[in-house]
Design a protein around this ligand. Structure first.
Ligand SMILES: C[S@@+](CC[C@H](N)C(=O)[O-])C[C@H]1O[C@@H](n2cnc3c(N)ncnc32)[C@H](O)[C@@H]1O
Length: 490
């Protein structure tokens, strides 16, 4: 009975039609009056005459039953003001010492980078942050179908590349390694493809590297080169290596590069229009020294001159006129440049999937702890920070980097997965499901492709899955020789 009802869901024309994106949740761009706010106190501190403290409004194994938890694409929600005082963690001490040493505040980008990836105490470095026991959930953790569909995309690109004998399959920010595992399992029947793969995981966190090693069922063995060892995934026999950055992945082989929820973790600068012109939002130590607060730079910073002007160049007049705040992610532009040049010289393509907007992002930086939005400055290092991805900037950066690449999309995640065949995969998986697995499958399916609350949800209201299907966007950058990648021809 359930299968019949799921079949009708899967054949629902809503999933097949290409729908326009819903309005992007721009976040109150109007400038607030100059008031103060910090993460742990509601008492206005005395202001430095030069800095304005800002008002912050502001294989067929079915995954075990899917837990309903927050994905990171949710619209920024001003959190409750936290009045809990925190004892200084190693990261807080480190941030304060940078600010004191500099003799002034640091940029939001520097704050974000330290908080997420400081080698000793960054958020990602020493813990597993995913799933119901962590802070947020991502698509590969929702359902095996996600990684399997990315496998379909990779195989299609490999076919378009002329089935090369050796390929670098690179994943940027692989989290627990779930996507890569499902990709390999899902494509195992195409032996020529799996045999061609050299897997490269670009991951900064030693803790997550270990988890990825175990998820991919890796072993260390003697390599054909004398006196050296290599790591091999027993799932497919492919070699696996880890790198801190894409630049460290060896060149010379065509590359398939996957970046799922990687760009959103790259540090953003935030700029705000003030009466004196565009200034940069900065992070300073609060007056009472116990926490941090946002301040506005007294004049344009060097980042304002460099990055804001660059982003301005790519924007339309209409876009610019309505903006009082702009986020710019120079690391995203640099990474795109590296990807485009790699693909230009080695061949292949990249698939970028993330939540974002096909144009300038205004003010999206958000913090999530234990599946709830919290203040960005509250207890740094204990919550994930992420920002919406500016896909238009990625397109411009790739176009600038090389004439040998083409950029496709963005299209919605729902469109991407739909055209890659997720409905057929769901139907196939249902053939071997018990009732509990079928329910888990259905929940996962709707979370991946739904565009809001799942319309035919029959479970408890409080567990209604919220879809990631339209908030997440997919963009491909490919070598011109490969033609238009699947499914961007649609
Ligand atoms: C939001 S998680 C996404 C994980 C995974 N792609 C998924 O969808 O489940 C971001 C991943 O990127 C890694 N990461 C973040 N910043 C990085 C950086 N600058 N260099 C390398 N890895 C980074 C994190 O450790 C983590 O594995």
């Amino acid at each position: 009975m359930f299968r019949a009802s799921l079949s009708s869901l899967l054949s629902n024309p809503r999933l097949r039609s290409l729908r326009p994106l819903p309005p992007f949740p721009f976040f109150a761009p109007s400038l607030p009056p100059i008031l103060s706010f910090n993460a742990s106190s509601s008492t206005p501190p005395t202001q430095d005459p030069h800095e304005e403290a800002l008002n912050e409004d502001g294989a067929e194994d079915l995954r075990p039953s899917v837990k309903i938890s927050i994905d990171r694409s949710g619209a920024y929600n001003p959190p409750e003001h936290s009045h809990v005082s925190s004892s200084d963690s190693e990261l807080v001490r480190h941030l304060k010492s940078i600010i004191k040493f500099r003799g002034g505040p640091i940029s939001v980008a520097e704050y974000m980078e330290e908080v997420l990836t400081n080698p000793n105490c960054g958020y990602y470095m020493n813990q597993d942050v995913f799933g119901s026991g962590g802070d947020f959930i991502t698509s590969p953790e929702v359902s095996q179908m996600f990684g399997e569909m990315i496998g379909v995309w990779s195989m299609c690109l490999w076919e378009q590349m002329g089935r090369p004998e050796k390929v670098n399959l690179v994943e940027l920010g692989p989290g627990r390694g779930t996507l890569m595992t499902d990709l390999i399992r899902g494509s195992s029947k195409n032996e020529k493809f799996t045999k061609s793969l050299h897997i490269h995981m670009v991951e900064c966190s030693p803790t997550l590297q270990k988890i990825q090693y175990s998820t991919l069922k890796c072993v260390d063995e003697d390599s054909p080169c004398e006196n050296t060892k290599q790591t091999v995934s027993t799932l497919s026999g492919a070699t696996v290596s880890w790198h801190a950055a894409l630049e460290q992945v060896p060149t010379g082989l065509p590359a398939i590069i996957i970046a799922h929820e990687f760009y959103d973790a790259l540090p953003v600068h935030q700029f705000q229009k003030a009466s004196r012109g565009w200034c940069e939002k900065m992070v300073d130590i609060a007056e009472d020294s116990s926490s941090f607060q946002f301040v506005l730079s007294p004049k344009p910073t060097s980042a304002t001159l460099l990055y804001l002007i660059k982003r301005y160049k790519w924007a339309s007049i209409e876009e610019l006129n309505k903006l009082n705040q702009i986020e710019v992610c120079p690391k995203a532009m640099e990474l795109t440049h590296t990807i485009a040049q790699r693909i230009s010289s080695d061949g292949g393509g990249a698939l970028i999937i993330d939540y974002g907007h096909n144009g300038i992002v205004s003010d999206s930086l958000q913090a999530i702890r234990n599946h709830k939005f919290v203040h960005i400055l509250d207890n740094p290092g204990s919550a994930d920070l992420s920002a919406y991805v500016d896909f238009a900037a990625i397109r411009h950066a790739a176009d600038e980097a090389s004439d040998n690449v083409t950029v496709h999309g963005p299209i919605s995640q729902s469109q991407l997965l739909g055209f890659l065949g997720i409905n057929f995969r769901a139907e196939a998986l249902l053939q071997n499901c018990d009732e509990a697995q079928a329910e888990s499958l259905r929940t996962g399916y709707w979370r991946l492709v739904g565009d809001g609350e799942a319309p035919f949800w029959e479970g408890p209201d409080e567990q209604t899955p919220i879809g990631m299907g339209t908030r997440y966007q997919a963009m491909a950058i490919v070598n011109k020789k490969q033609g238009v990648p699947v499914p961007f021809q649609q």
